[in-house]
Design a protein around this ligand. Sequence first.
Ligand code: BG6
Length: 463
Amino acid sequence: MTDQNPKTLLVIFGATGDLAKRKLIPALHAIHRHGGTDVSVLAIGRKPFSSRDFREYLQAESFIPANDAFLEKIEYLALPIDDPSGYGPLREYADLHPDRHVVFYLSVPPELFEPVISGIGQSGLNAAASRVAFEKPFGSDLASAKRLNAFVAQAFSEDQIFRIDHYVGKETIQNVLAFRFANSLFEPVWNHQYVDNIQITATESLGVENRGTYYDHAGALRDMIQNHLFQVLALTVMEPPHSLASSAIHDEKVKAVRALRLGADLPSHAVFGQYAGYRGEPGIPPSSRTETFAALRLELHNWRFKGVPIYLRTGKALAEKKTEIVIEFRKNASILYNEADDVERNRIVFSVSPYEGISVGFNVKAYGEPKKTEPVWSEFAQTTESPEAYVRILTDLIAGDHTLFTRWDMIEESWKIVDRLVNCKESCPILHTYPVGSDGPAASDELLARDGREWYRCPETPE
Ligand code: BG6
């Protein structure tokens, strides 16, 4: 059930952390400016700030203007987050606001999820009207995710739980379903008869920066593939839901992930790399074998996409920040034009970064050349600035709409596959080193070259 205009008390655990200052507070500020929702924020951290100190910190760190009315909506409470017996002051604070329904947001390292849930439960703040949101990662493998889920289930029911994957909040990613299912042009060719391969890329130019301690335990498989890339993949390949109701969409997404197959010869379908200099980054042990790059070849064992390779690629410290989905169509028989086999494939590119939009590539007659064609693009460029993914995520969390959050069965299915990939990586002797600012290990290109394909490279980025 969703509630568009609730009076909410949003309790942020980990409010002095990086995510809160960079994403959550600016998103809440944007929601406040937009109006229509009445949200008070209780920021919780271990630092002994007063509310006034915290507001000053937000002015400096999140660039909130000093006289902004939004700051009056924020209070700070110092709490021993890891000690569930110390949550009395939180209970007292909530009791002062009985007219607000409480939403807990856990922006804390995963090892603190259980103590925080215990603290909330022991202080009786898990009433049916409350909600709890978890930043990823939800578990670090299938077993730990199951344990965590069982633990959370002692205090909250599934409809109170919101597992966040901010990629699903991105405007272009949400557009995948509209593009597929609101047009009669594309859906008929969205299958193995016409699609040659699917490529999903999420590369970054930044390295691990100050997150080394977390990242070295995660690596690209757990940090990006298990969540963001699988979410994007599921939206790209899923069957049409019978409605846009949250459960209908989740049902189809999870079916898509269940149909994923890793090749029998897994090591030859996966490439792992680490950027040169990673072992010298803060918090990284000198002998670390954590992958900062992964490229995979998967297939779907279902009617629609059987036999179509799906390539996923993600990595840090690469040449550019790029997030895109590329659907490459089969070449046509090509007997009529260009005398040879060099008529370009049709392609559809969903671009999230560096620009936002959707492009369709097709061929037209080359001007003045009756028997030659040339490739052109038709582009939808998102011209208005899209709201940050977290604005969408927080708006839906406050309204209680589960559509953009990850249901438990999706987490479970994703970990089943990622556990196998992690095992493969751990037993695989090859961890390629790649230079900072490159396109990753050459083996990632070879992965596609073996199939006679290559990673799609945008000829030019639209202005
Ligand atoms: C996070 C990962 O979930 O997503 C980070 O933990 C990564 O390692 C980030 O940098 C990328 O998000 P975006 O929105 O910048 O592509």
